[in-house]
Design a protein around this ligand. Sequence first.
Ligand code: MEV
Length: 287
Amino acid sequence: MSRHVGAGTGKVILLGEHAVVYGHRALAAGVSLGTRVALTTHGGPTTLGDSAIRDPRLERALAVALPAWGYRVDIETDLPVGCGMGSSAALAIALLRARADAEGRSADFDWLHREGFAIEAVFHGTPSGLDHAVAALGGAVLYRRDEAPQTVAMSPVHVVVLDSGTAGDTGAMVAGVRSRRPGNEALLQRLGQLVEERVSDLGDRPALGAAMDEAHAVLGELGVSTPALDELALLARQRGALGAKLSGAGGGGIVLALVEDPTPVLRGARRRGIRAFSCTLPASEAS
Ligand code: MEV
């Protein structure tokens, strides 16, 4: 019996979600939360052992990621699931790293990213690949589909993550945006432009905050925000955030607020019973 482990990093998207599905660039960053998988060899079919993730699609994801025979799979995570923080992508990368360790092969980025698409497709249908690129790389990542991701230098920023308390369904949100094309093309274009306008000077925090505010408004027009997400973004701005936007596919999940000082936003959230935490971006690769 042998034990093999792997980890994947969670992420937040600073700018460019949904537009990235249509070839625009997106900017995302790793967070210091992630998912860890342990594979223990045994003489039976591959089965799920202890799992912090409960999802009806999990069995299918294991069938895609692992051989049908030989492993007990234990999963731990400190990421909120279905909240736009890349929990399925972190799981995909953790599974692949554990499998590579078990098979004595190297888990280089190209292999992880290629194999990761099939696992992410179980959860998302047609992923751009952004989430599992960040889950594999950590740091700040500039990503365009079908191109090698670029890790970019970004000095640390403080953010507050506010949880709307409901999960969003990434596959359904992406399908919804697709069904409203081509009428929403200009909105997708604008989301992509916001990335291009900001990328040369990520150190300009007020400008990044303003771009996040605009991105939230555009995502709302795109039909992926909710009243709860709009309220969280407003709360963060009223409490001094430089900018705030939904992050991920929307329809639920989280709002990401860029702050100088997390305390007022955290206080405001807690006073209203909203789950919130602060962290520094970008966090490097989970190990
Ligand atoms: C989901 O975290 C990000 C989306 O752009 C989908 C994708 O990139 O696959 C909404």
